[in-house]
Write a protein that binds this ligand. Structure first.
Ligand code: C5P
Length: 241
């Protein structure tokens, strides 16, 4: 049973890192999670960001099936402040998360899902998500307000309407869940969602938004790599990385 908001949960916390995407929008090359930022694979940055928050006990990475050994060996070359295991991912992000979810030990109560494609998420975002789930919220997402004006268009690119951006949020990861809620959402919703909170919403369970961070950007296109490299360089110059 879920704790009510305000009621603390006990138990261990795991983070699932779906990292089995091809990263084709970044251009030709290695799977996205293995591409480097400041000489370090994006996946290592992502696992480190979660583990160094000290609120995660276990990180489970879903790697491309054909790169399972390479990813396991690569992670083994680094040390992390949490246990790290690797499972084979699936054909979709949702499959990859589901495969990691069934591998979790029984004593995990809180599960975060964090895209390897957001390697530079700041620690305070991770801790805020875990704190809100620990306080009894069954599902929590970090998000940012939208700065652009947003318009809905039809198939011919004609504007249908201008959307009220004050009530829109751009959602990031890590998304945090009470374990039983996330398992139910994966078992009962088969909607091909692009995030896990979408599956929980489909069950009618409330999802809380907490502040995200610009540096939790999703590295999807070549431009994002330039921004991410600049963030790594600035963090190194200030001794943070
Ligand atoms: O494709 P998209 O950018 O939405 O991917 C988000 C995250 O899901 C990435 O970290 C990617 O590696 C992961 N993914 C996965 N398994 C897939 C497809 C994507 O783990 N089959």
């Amino acid at each position: 049973m879920n704790a009510s908001p305000g009621e603390e949960q006990a138990g261990r916390t795991a983070a699932i890192v779906p990292a089995a995407g091809r990263g084709e929008r970044l251009g030709p090359g290695a799977p996205k999670a293995l591409r480097t930022l400041g000489g370090i694979p994006m996946l290592v940055h992502a696992v480190r960001a979660l583990a160094s928050s000290r609120v995660i006990d276990l990180v489970v990475v879903a790697a491309p099936e054909e790169s399972l050994d390479a990813v396991t060996a690569m992670l083994g070359e680094h040390s992390f402040a949490a246990d790290v295991t690797v499972v084979a991912g699936g054909d979709t992000r949702q499959d990859s998360v589901a495969r990691a979810l069934i591998s979790l030990p029984a004593d995990i109560d809180i599960v975060l899902v964090h895209d390897a494609a957001r390697p530079l998420v700041p620690e305070q975002v991770v801790t805020a998500v875990v704190a809100a789930v620990s306080a009894g919220h069954p599902a929590v997402v970090p998000a940012l307000p939208i700065v652009d004006t947003v318009k809905e268009v039809d198939e011919e690119e004609l504007v249908v309407c201008t959307v009220d951006r004050d009530r829109l949020r751009a959602v990031q990861t890590p998304q945090g869940f009470d374990r039983t809620v996330l398992q139910r959402a994966h078992a009962e919703s088969d909607l091909g969602m692009t995030d896990d909170a979408g599956l929980v919403e489909a069950l009618g369970i409330p999802v809380l938004v907490v502040p995200g961070h610009e540096e939790a950007l999703k590295v999807t296109r070549p431009f994002d790599l330039i921004v991410a490299e600049a963030i790594v360089a600035r963090r190194r110059a200030s001794g943070v990385l």
